[in-house]
Design a protein. Structure first.
Length: 155
């Protein structure tokens, strides 16, 4: 019973994490396409808020549920290859977030606050926006691979 509850918590965390990073990329891309500084600034603000609330909490829930389920199921979370590879893939994605995406998102948020009232959008915003979207897609690939590893449990 405890194992199933923790595994369910793990899955909810994965859904929050991957669901949010996926949908925020769409929100941001569509807001940017309008070219309207107010819409772009509003979209960027929502991306920042939802990343903090849903991506952050999803990551915590996902980790707590995953390690908890391993413990409740009597598994060494680092021994089976599939568990280890799932964690490695998560760390790879996290490293991209910490090293590239979060700094870009901070710069994007600062720029958006400056042009929110209708000022011009600087070229640096568009560069950071392309960087954020490109590396955001790349950062999702290890997460999707980790889901496959967790489901398939390859030898």
């Amino acid at each position: 019973m405890l194992y199933d509850a923790l595994k369910s918590l793990h899955i909810v965390g994965v859904v929050l994490l991957l669901g949010n990073v996926t949908i925020t990329a769409f929100w941001k891309a569509f807001a940017d396409r309008t070219g309207d500084p107010a819409v772009i600034a509003f979209g960027q603000r929502l991306v920042t808020i939802t990343d903090f609330v849903f991506t952050g909490s999803g990551g915590v829930i996902f980790l707590a549920g995953g390690f908890g389920a391993a413990w409740a199921g009597g598994l060494d979370p680092f021994a089976p290859g599939w568990l280890l590879w799932g964690q490695v893939l998560f760390v790879v994605s996290g490293a991209i977030w910490v090293g590239i995406l979060i700094p870009a998102q901070i710069r994007l948020s600062k720029a958006a606050r400056c042009f929110a009232a209708g000022g011009s959008i600087p070229d640096s915003y568009w560069r950071d926006s392309r960087l954020w979207l490109t590396w955001g897609i790349i950062a999702c690939l290890p997460l999707v691979a980790a889901i496959w590893v967790m489901v398939a449990k390859p030898g």
